[in-house]
Design a protein around this ligand. Structure first.
Ligand code: F6P
Length: 357
């Protein structure tokens, strides 16, 4: 008998259910008996012993369903070692629940913050296997995370829709795409949607260069411009500020986000109408795309295999087109940033895309 605890933590994304289904199906199909404890709403469920028992049938019919059947929440790693408002030691509470339920392993699906806590639990002696989820694709140790391709589809569709209305009105349009720290989603959706200008956290922009790129398009007869802006895009001046100074600037800012600041600056410098569209959390919603269904199912199946082999302490990741196990200590606390010198950036520039740099 295997006793498996499972939880989904952090911002949700598509294919969380597909991944959990993959784990459970692969174990059941091996003939191994299994008890599944689904902790609700991320680490909170593990801390407060809030779980439901699940059987194989709970994982039927969820391959195509977005969100997570377990619910999710953000439990910041920064404060994980601090006692809760009632003085409860959260790390100790998670360990106690694990031992009380006599679990063999915790299967944890999450992104960066989630992996820091997962690694802490491993260091504390628990058996842990993780699966890489996030629409940002910024998890270290894996070339791909599930959720990313589905979000690229949605963000691309947003740009596609804006394209036709931008062309009708001859306007400048900004589409703000998720990603506070990294620009993979914006870069991919921007290129797929034929954006003319792409602003990313990894490549600070100069607003004058952005305006130059718009003017050049006009000189060539283009009546509209599409700009894909990552949530975390940053100007060259702001990139010189310390983290604290930049945070202060953001707090004082009257703009809801960087896109509105860019829009205002472009309007003031060109006199043209600029509109901002923010698809926001739609990028994390809905049914996973076929790529993510297959990818998450494969990762889940491989996680099941590790559990059957009692091989713990790994994230099941993807590198050089192969599913691999990556030691949790190699993943936790590291961010996978986009390299500004990556060939994809050079190729985008060859296509005439401006990064405002
Ligand atoms: O980490 C995934 C993500 O969707 C980011 O792209 C985005 O910046 C952030 O989460 C939004 O977080 P929240 O759902 O807490 O508003």
């Amino acid at each position: 008998m295997k006793r498996i605890g499972m939880l989904t933590s952090g911002g949700d994304c598509q294919a969380l259910n597909a991944a959990m289904r993959g784990v459970v199906k692969s174990i059941i199909n091996s003939g191994q008996e299994v008890e599944i404890y689904g902790f609700l709403n991320g680490y909170k469920g593990l801390i407060y012993g809030d779980f439901k028992m699940l059987t194989g049938s709970d994982f039927s019919g969820i391959l195509t369903v977005g969100g997570t059947i377990l619910g999710s929440s953000r439990t910041p790693f920064k404060t994980i070692k601090d006692p809760d408002e009632n003085g409860l030691d959260k790390v100790e509470a998670m360990k106690q629940n694990y031992y009380k339920l006599k679990l063999d392993v915790l299967v944890i699906l999450g992104g960066n913050g989630t992996h820091k806590t997962a690694n802490l639990l491993r260091q504390e002696g628990l058996n842990v296997i993780t699966l890489p989820k996030t629409i940002d694709n910024d998890l270290y140790g894996t070339d791909m995370t599930f959720g990313f391709q589905s979000a690229v589809d949605i963000a691309t569709n947003a740009i596609d829709c804006i394209h036709t209305t931008a062309a009708s009105h001859g306007r400048i349009f900004i589409v703000e795409i998720m990603g506070h720290k990294v620009g993979y989603l914006t870069l991919n959706a921007g290129m797929a949607g034929g954006a003319d200008i792409i602003l990313l956290p990894e490549i600070p922009y100069d607003i004058k260069k952005v305006v130059d790129a718009i003017k050049k398009r006009e000189e060539r007869g283009s009546k509209f411009t599409i700009i894909a802006v990552a949530e975390g895009a940053i100007s060259k001046e702001d990139a010189k500020l310390s983290k604290k100074e930049y945070q202060k600037k953001l707090e004082k800012s009257t703009y809801p986000s960087v896109s509105y600041e860019v829009a205002d600056q472009i309007h003031k410098m060109t006199g043209q109408e600029v509109r901002v569209t923010v698809p926001g959390h739609t990028q994390r919603g809905g049914s996973p795309c076929p790529y993510d269904r297959v990818f998450a199912s494969r990762l889940g199946a491989e996680a099941g295999k590790l559990i059957l082999e009692d091989d713990y302490g790994f994230m099941v990741g993807y590198r050089n087109r192969e599913i691999v196990k990556v030691p949790l200590e190699d993943v936790a606390g590291k961010l996978k940033m986009l390299d500004p010198d990556a060939t994809i950036i050079q190729e985008a520039k060859m296509l005439g895309i401006s990064f405002g740099d």
